[in-house]
Design a protein around this ligand. Sequence first.
Ligand code: FPP
Length: 266
Amino acid sequence: MNAFGRIIRAIKNRPSRQSVRALLAEMDLSRVHIGIIMDGNGRWATRRGLPRSAGHRAGTNNAKAIIEHAASLGVGYLTLFAFSTENWSRPDEEVSSLMSLFRETFSSYFDELVRSNIRVRVIGRREGLPADIQSLLTDVTEKTCHATGLVLTFALNYGGRAEIVDCVRSIAREVASQELAPEDIDERTISDHLYTAGIPDPDLIIRTSGELRLSNFLLWQGAYSEIVPFDTLWPDFRPSDLEQALAAFARRQRRYGGIGGSERGV
Ligand code: FPP
């Protein structure tokens, strides 16, 4: 099917805004955790004859719009994959423009998050980030730690495998100091030692730009997540797409390896 055919099919299959809104009204969104792999900034820019950095800037502005919309819908948890442990292998110029963009965004945007009652968390190897960015992140996580609205997690210098390595190291230290017996280690122990301890596993993972990979995002936590792919490039992903993703998730039957039934009440 050509691109035109795909667009027509997508429009035909897309439920109306009204029916999506009705479906969302029935859901307890405060219990829902959405993970997003924000992909396609580079292609968005290249298609417009712009440098990739312009795509990342457009992607960042879009992330702010999606955060605001998720908060206004009453979504409980939103985790954004902003920079992976693998992204360091990009050309130096792109890495440094991304770091400058994070620096600029975090300096100007964090007060807004504080005012919006959003609780910010950061997952990833924070120590690998530039020192000034680390201190901005520490500042905002401390300032928002008592916020009661959306729990917003930025995955920065994050990799699911690196997270599992760090988790195993921390469990091994507890075993070595005899705080923990090896036979007491279970799935809960692992979850409690991941960067995401205290945050429920993602219910759905959205990936934009038509790719169908997890790319090292929330590997343990995403074991039962519903993957909701979009062909749209990240800077073009709209608040209404977020609603469509939630509606698609609500229509899926989650079986957790069983034969049907429980849906965690969402
Ligand atoms: C992938 O696009 C995206 C990233 C490497 C992450 C960048 C994300 C942002 C700049 C948004 C961050 C938002 C906040 C609020 C911190 P890509 O470059 O891989 O695109 P491509 O696959 O088209 O090349």
